[in-house]
Design a protein around this ligand. Structure first.
Ligand SMILES: Cc1ncc(COP(=O)(O)O)c(C=O)c1O
Length: 368
């Protein structure tokens, strides 16, 4: 049995440190907004090369609070990708703004910058770029467009912690970045968590207020906010894991390189760097027209796969009900019908990668 993802192997290696972190927090009696969270914010800001970081309850909340803190709201339009996890789009809806979808680049599966300018209207206030599967979006082109039109540039870095673009980390590639610490992410907690990373102190301050019921002082509430804080236990676990992230990224890259060489010559496409964007392989998502048959074949051999994502965002019922249609977005549709995420995590062994690749070769031999 080769799982598509497995955290237990990682936990086995660092369990002594995780258990010490757990004991430390339990002993402290501080569970919400305390020293662990503050330390993690500093450590993540330093890791990303940013001035500020603010812990929040989830990646979804990082997006929602960021947009709200930027003043995005009713009547505003935010340009984003057609192909992502649903939270990218729902955060825009939740602050009362309108997502304006742009098709993806057929190879990177990220927002296609050449289509962004055509989607700008007088109501456009921001571009929300997703670094899908761990590959940073084409930030140089997006930044040029954003600057030319006076738009905010927001990173949805939920899947790409540790990834780089021109040697700068995700987190400092736009005005502000939103991170997720969902357990499967490149830096994942043992529950929900997220963070907002930015050089703008004013923005960080506003997110700090919004995450804590809009308060600027104890029991003094100056704007309508939320309860969305990263708890001390998650922060302590994440502090154990953060120093390992670069090593885990290197391990994921080794897995990806091995797949790439073992799958060469087959009628499928594999992900890779698109310099200056360097991939961290949060997912190793191949594309194959025979995707469904291949997934079934691998499953019959005890190999787990996952489908990220079966439908483009505008085709989700929640968006169709708001008058959206995915029909014009041909690359997003093609991706939705062909993507398949193979097992990919830092502790996956060479032997397991070879078994997965052999299973894929067998499938194509039987098919053709
Ligand atoms: C691209 C993207 N954005 C946002 C999110 C939301 O993060 P969370 O699950 O922490 O709320 C995710 C998480 O799955 C994601 O993949």
């Amino acid at each position: 049995m080769i799982p598509q993802f497995d955290l237990s192997r990682q936990h086995e290696v660092i369990k002594t440190d995780l258990e010490a972190a757990l004991r430390r927090v339990l002993r402290s009696g501080r569970f919400i907004l305390g020293p662990e969270g503050e330390a993690l914010e500093e450590e993540v800001a330093t890791f990303c090369g940013a001035r500020c970081a603010v812990g929040v309850g989830s990646g979804s909340d990082a997006l929602k609070l960021t947009l709200q803190a930027l003043g995005v709201g009713a009547g505003d339009e935010v340009i984003t990708t057609t192909f992502s996890f649903v939270a990218t789009a729902t955060a825009i809806l939740q602050v009362g703004a309108r997502p304006v979808f742009v098709d993806i680049d057929a190879e990177s599966l990220n927002l296609d910058p050449s289509q962004v300018a055509g989607a700008i209207t007088p109501r456009t206030v921001a571009i929300l770029a997703v670094h899908l599967f761990g590959l940073p979006a084409e930030m140089a082109a997006l930044e040029t467009i954003a600057r030319r039109h006076g738009l905010l540039l927001v990173e949805d870095g939920a899947q790409a912690f540790g990834a780089t673009y021109e040697d700068r980390r995700v987190g400092v590639l736009g005005d502000v970045a939103c991170l997720s610490f969902y357990p499967t992410k490149p830096l994942g907690g043992s529950g929900d968590g997220g963070m907002v990373v930015t050089d703008r102190a004013d923005l960080a301050e506003r997110v700090r207020r919004l995450r804590h019921h809009g308060s600027d002082d104890r029991y003094h509430h100056v704007e309508l906010g939320w309860n969305s804080r990263l708890d001390e236990l998650q922060a302590a676990f994440l502090r154990v894991k953060l120093p390992h992230v670069d090593r885990w990224v290197r391990a994921r890259r080794r897995v990806a390189a091995r797949y790439t060489s073992l799958l060469a010559g087959l009628p499928l496409s594999v992900p890779g760097d698109r310099l200056p964007a360097r991939h961290v392989y949060h997912q190793f998502t191949i594309r194959s027209p025979e995707r469904d048959g291949l997934a079934k074949h691998l499953q019959s051999r005890g190999i787990g796969t996952a489908l990220h994502y079966p439908v483009p965002l505008p085709a989700q019922p929640i968006l169709r009900a708001r008058g959206y249609s995915a029909e014009p977005f041909v690359h997003a549709w093609a991706a939705a019908q062909t993507v398949l995420s193979l097992p990919c995590f830092p502790e996956l062994s060479d032997e397991e990668v070879e078994t997965v690749a052999a299973g894929i070769h067998d499938f194509y031999r039987e098919e053709h």
